[in-house]
Design a protein around this ligand. Structure first.
Ligand SMILES: *[C@@H]1O[C@H](CO)[C@@H](O)[C@H](O)[C@H]1NC(C)=O
Ligand SMILES: *[C@@H]1O[C@H](CO)[C@@H](O)[C@H](O)[C@H]1NC(C)=O
Ligand SMILES: *[C@@H]1O[C@H](CO)[C@@H](O)[C@H](O)[C@H]1NC(C)=O
Length: 423
């Protein structure tokens, strides 16, 4: 009954999402001398004796020959333990607080800005595998950077739980097919990845294709194949039972990015750069509504939407055209309070964190997150300073409202306020 589309076109209009309730649990990542790293969610004490269903031993015997595993294999074990998350089903989804953030003011009302702290970008750690192989401590061979990363990931997960708990006085225990339509599934690795466009999703999709056995070589997967012909399954393909089973037992991954940077990146990619599909679908109505005296050409092509016009569209309660996954807040796309993600990665440190995750799930050792940018490769990647430049084209009130629009993402993923003059 819940069977729906098999594939989802990335560039399609994003459906409105509603109702996010929550499920909280814990990700604990720690290391000890014997069994070194656990990525796991619930009761630790039970795990040590009796691993729950869904246990994945990350280093399989064949893989123990690699450089990571030079020390006695029995002393090394990386385990990803994903234990069941309670998601009892009830027929009627309850309303929840996190509706689509249609208006900034709606969220502004009950938020707690004090939670926002300044967060300098993560410092880049060295390649974890290399670090491991050069370790000289016998028996204990987990790279420092992994332990550190484990702590960071645990903090992120805790923060997410806190924010969800704060907003979610009324929890719905149901999940709808639409709410999981952004989530890719790789059964072989019990892995699920929620697609957040403009936060490294192309390279993640390539990686998932290799993990799922749909492709051999990441480098050979071109952009269009990754997006339109990846043959990957999404979670909403399964029936409700299949969805729940996977939510309970798989490793659920989310990669996020500084919200305004992501939004600027989406604007540049879809509206500033040539893109007939987006210019047609979004450019035309945006120009028609927000530009005074538009030229014939602009009206006909939808080319040349300015950043200011884009911001007006984004903040408009009655937008002439709906939202899109590229600039929809992560909270609306991936429902982190409902799908209890185990791993919250950051685009800003994507390589290290992705490779760490790949090792944790027991991916083939030679599989690494690719680093290339294949779409508009000549463009400089959207950075904080580029973002600032774009935001100079809008006034203070608009900056404030864009921040409000993405406030939940800022708060939940611990990104600091990007401008001093907003609050
Ligand atoms: C948020 O970011 C700050 C600055 O990087 C960091 O010190 C803090 O630990 C982070 N908090 C969480 C919960 O991740
Ligand atoms: C990375 O490794 C190089 C050489 O091994 C070292 O000089 C450098 O300090 C390391 N950087 C970090 C961030 O650990
Ligand atoms: C939550 O549910 C309770 C009981 O159904 C109700 O009294 C309360 O107003 C609800 N709170 C919110 C924020 O919806």
């Amino acid at each position: 009954m819940l069977r729906t589309r098999l594939k989802m076109v990335v560039d399609s209009l994003c459906g409105r999402r509603r109702r996010l309730p929550l499920l909280a649990s814990l990700l604990v990542l720690f290391s000890t001398a014997g069994v070194l790293l656990f990525l796991h969610i619930q009761d630790l004490s039970t795990l040590l004796n009796e691993p729950p269903k869904g246990t994945t031993f990350l280093i399989t015997p064949q893989e123990q020959q690699t450089e990571v595993m030079k020390d006695p294999p029995t002393e090394m074990a990386l385990s990803s333990l994903v234990s069941p998350v309670k998601l009892p089903l009830s027929p009627d989804p309850l309303p929840s607080l996190s509706q689509e953030q249609e208006t900034g003011s709606l969220i502004t009302a009950n938020r707690q800005r004090k939670l926002l702290k300044t967060s300098p970008p993560l410092s880049h750690t060295n390649n974890t595998v290399a670090a491991s192989s050069s370790s000289t401590t016998p028996g204990i061979n987990v790279p420092e950077s992994w332990i550190e990363l484990g702590k960071i990931l645990r903090d992120r997960k805790n923060l997410m739980g806190e924010i969800c708990a704060m907003y979610k006085s009324n929890i719905s225990n149901t999940v709808t097919s639409a709410q999981v339509s952004q989530i890719f599934v790789v059964d072989k690795y019990k892995l699920m990845y929620c697609e957040v466009p403009k936060a490294g999703c192309s390279n993640w999709k390539r990686t998932l294709m290799v993990l799922a056995g749909k492709a051999k070589n990441i480098e050979k997967i071109n952009h269009d194949t990754a997006h339109y012909a990846n043959n990957l399954l999404k979670l909403n393909y399964y029936d409700l039972q299949g969805i729940m089973h996977r939510l309970r037992t798989y490793t659920k991954v989310l990669f996020v990015r500084e919200p305004m940077e992501r939004m600027v990146s989406a604007y540049r990619d879809k509206l500033e750069n040539p893109n007939s599909y987006y210019h047609n679908l979004f450019g035309k109505p945006i120009i028609r509504k927000y530009r005074q005296n538009p030229s014939e050409h602009a009206l006909k092509t939808g080319d040349g939407v300015t950043f200011n016009e884009f911001v007006q569209y984004l903040l408009d309660v009655s937008r002439p055209v709906g939202m899109d996954i590229h600039w929809n807040p992560v909270n609306n796309l991936c429902h982190p309070c409902l799908v209890d993600y185990d791993f919250i990665g950051k685009f800003e440190n994507m390589e290290d964190e992705s490779n760490f995750l790949l090792r944790l799930i027991g991916a083939p050792n030679d599989l690494r997150m690719p680093t290339f940018k294949d779409r508009n490769p000549k463009d400089v990647k959207t950075s904080a300073s580029i973002t600032e430049t774009y935001f100079q084209q809008v006034n203070l009130e608009q900056r404030q409202r864009v921040f409000d629009f993405y406030f939940r993402d800022y708060q939940m993923f611990n990104y600091s306020k990007p401008f001093k003059d907003i609050n």
